[in-house]
Design a protein around this ligand. Structure first.
Ligand code: NAD
Length: 457
């Protein structure tokens, strides 16, 4: 099939490339000239495992091309996918400016009937509005909604093997065509679900709101565990074996970030208020998350008697999650800002996201190209993102490098008792803080068992 992908950001680039890989002829369109120029030279604007190779291969075979000229690029394309950004506006609602700009351009430029598919996350009812707006032009186009559920960090794999594909349309022909487009990705038997555009749009928001709710829920429970003398990891094991609850997405941490959960939760709050049924749960999820981003700072202040002036704090992990360079709404940014305000010197390391953070903090912090080097002379180490390479460091080396053996861990990567034995003061999320000379009593279960279960889910 001949496909145009409008918007060559995270979603557009992954979608366009994977569709080309499955044999379609795809043109990826963007208004950002520099981005398109660089993509033509195989320089990607984002880091995503496996993507660079696919872009290269499909450009060489000429199944994948890039353009800044929408009018020209869509001329002989049957399916137009829209994947432009829908950021949060000042009111919290989704800002659809880019979507409308593209729809208007399509209406003005298309000289034959197209199938216009909205992949961007848009408020319920947008598809109907897009159809109306297109109808005011000279040619009748058909529309569908096809929300995207891929995860940053394994975007290519998720796109190639989706758990499900959701298509929102009332037109059986459009449904068939989109079924055909997605068939190569559904060979393992996962379903393609056809529903109304409204239900498809709502599905995307409900999915993200559900995941965000799980995170805020476990974070609130973790904070309570700390106050009540319980250990959230034990509690997780205690609840997770119940199939109705499970282990997935119930990891305590420093709050969710990224380009989707925060804005989609806000959009759902705005949407619910608009229809006079304000979502109390989503408002609480947002509030809990905002507070959670400050949890590591609170722990550092507690450990340093509120005085972090002229202390050096090393930060491991800047991306909002591992395997991406995305720092949009990342909890690390809140921590760095708070540390700077408190007068601390900040040294940071991330395997992929250093450049993106440099654009925000410039020369105000020190960027290190090695994890261990970051901790040299540090009074504390804050672990913010659970990159694989942080899971099993050489603690002897760390202790030698650091000025003081203090670790605050926002991802519960290490075992408290072991950290105390290794001579660290160690604070984590939802577990009791340990000190080298003040160890808590040994837990009833073995460390090996706890770790095994943790890694096994
Ligand atoms: P992004 O900001 O990375 O990319 C958006 C792209 O659209 C940019 O390259 C921008 O230059 C381009 N653009 C803006 N206006 C344009 C126009 N008029 N014509 C052509 N191009 C234009 O955004 P993203 O992360 O790819 O997200 C896109 C949509 O997909 C959003 O609605 C988002 O909620 C949704 N989504 C994102 C993810 C994710 O993990 N990033 C997952 C699922 C859904």
């Amino acid at each position: 099939m001949r496909v145009a992908m409008v918007g060559t950001g995270y979603i557009g680039l992954v979608t366009g490339t994977c569709l080309a890989e499955s044999g379609n002829e795809v043109v990826c369109i963007d208004i950002d000239h520099q981005k398109i120029e660089r993509l033509r030279e195989n320089i990607l604007p984002i880091y995503e495992p496996g993507l660079a190779e696919l872009v290269d291969r499909n450009q060489r075979s000429e199944r994948l091309t890039f353009s800044t000229n929408l009018g020209e690029a869509i001329a002989d394309r049957q399916i137009l996918l829209i994947g432009v950004g829908t950021p949060q506006s000042e009111t919290g609602a989704a800002d659809l400016q880019a979507v409308w700009a593209v729809v208007d351009e399509i209406r003005a430029a298309a000289n034959e009937s197209k199938i216009v598919v909205i992949k961007s996350t848009v408020p319920v009812g947008t598809n109907a509005k897009v159809a109306d707006r297109l109808d005011s032009g000279p040619i009748r186009h058909r529309t569908a909604s096809n929300p995207e559920f891929l995860k940053e960090g394994c975007a290519v794999e998720d796109f190639m093997k989706p758990d499900r594909v959701v298509i929102g349309t009332r037109d059986p022909e459009v449904a068939d065509l989109l079924q055909e487009l997605h068939a190569p990705f559904l060979r393992s038997g996962h379903p393609l679900l056809v529903m109304s555009p409204e239900s498809a749009e709502m599905t995307k928001y409900v999915a993200n709101c559900c995941l965000a709710t799980k995170i805020s829920f476990i974070n609130e429970m973790a904070n309570l565990c700390e106050r009540l003398g319980a250990d959230i990891n034990d509690v997780r094991r205690g609840i997770g074996h119940d199939n109705r609850i499970g282990f997935q997405f119930l990891h305590p941490g420093v709050g969710y970030g990224g380009s989707c959960f925060p804005k989609d939760v806000s959009a759902m709050i705005a949407l619910s208020e608009e229809v006079g049924a304000a979502s109390r749960i989503m408002a609480a999820v947002h509030q809990v998350n905002e507070a959670q981003k400050s949890v590591l700072m609170g722990k550092l202040q507690g450990l340093f008697d509120g005085d972090l002036a002229e202390k050096t704090v090393a930060v491991w992990g800047l991306a909002f999650k591992p395997r991406t360079d995305d720092v949009r709404e990342a909890p690390s940014l809140v921590l760095i800002q708070q540390l700077l305000q408190a007068g601390a010197a900040v040294r940071v390391f991330d395997p992929e996201a250093l450049q993106n953070v440099k654009q925000i903090f410039g020369e105000r912090i020190t960027y290190c190209d090695r994890a261990y080097g970051t901790t040299e002379g540090a009074d504390a180490l804050a672990v913010v993102t659970e990159w694989q390479e942080f899971r099993n460091p050489d603690f002897e080396v760390l202790r030698r490098l650091m000025n003081r053996p203090v670790i605050v861990d926002g991802r519960n990567l290490y075992e408290p008792q072991q950290m105390a034995e290794l001579g660290f003061t160690y604070a984590s999320i939802g577990r009791q803080t340990v000190h080298p000379d003040l160890r808590p009593p040994a837990p009833l279960t073995t460390t090996a068992e706890a770790t095994g279960v943790e890694l096994g889910v």
